[in-house]
Design a binder for this molecule. Sequence first.
Ligand SMILES: [Zn+2]
Length: 249
Amino acid sequence: MLLLLVFILGLAIGSFINVVVIRLSAGERLNGRSYCRNCRSTLFWYHNIPVFSFLCLGGRCAFCRQRISWQYPLVELTTGLVFVLGAYYMPADDWWWLLTYLVLAAWVVILFVFDFRFKVLPDIITLSGAVALFFLNLARGQSLISLLIAVLAGTGFFAVQYFISRGRWIGAGDIRLGALMGAALGWPQVAVAVVLAYWLGAVVGLALLFNKKYSLKSELAFGTFLTAATLAVFIWGEEMVSWYWRLVS
Ligand SMILES: [Zn+2]
């Protein structure tokens, strides 16, 4: 029952995330009724039901029949499934954990879509997420010292690379994403997430290289790996850390 509720909540949040990404990238205001981006007709509430409306309308606008981007149902479904993952792995009735996870998941999906599509990580998203997650983690009893160390480490790690490479290896947005990662995970999990992201990036990069879909020159949006790794470490971080210690000891 909880899984179903959280899934529906995820669909609704995913629908809102689409609005945030599309309007923020177009420099529009976030409030106001939804409308078709082609014919500008105002949509009714029943055109806005996540996934369902897309399927009923055959993926087209109800007024002008212009094709609607697959991004809409895809982001809605993904958010729903990512939310369910958290409800499934919630430590015994730890509702603060679940709330923190859901906030992190929503921010991760927004940043993932932004970085994947536009190769930017908007400051307003990374910084608001970092602040929200920092206080949520404090509220659920995480150590202040651990969070501060993690924020400094996350920010510092990317800032050093940014300044050494004069912004060629990574973007300034990654520095602020480092702060969000630290605030979400604490120390030492933030380091685990960074290592995991580099591994993910390497594996996916090689796979794409062999499929000749990417030339060596084209850069992968590294933020997508960092955000995905952050979510995975939030759920499985302790297992990963203890697994690693068994491996090296
Ligand atoms: Zn239309």
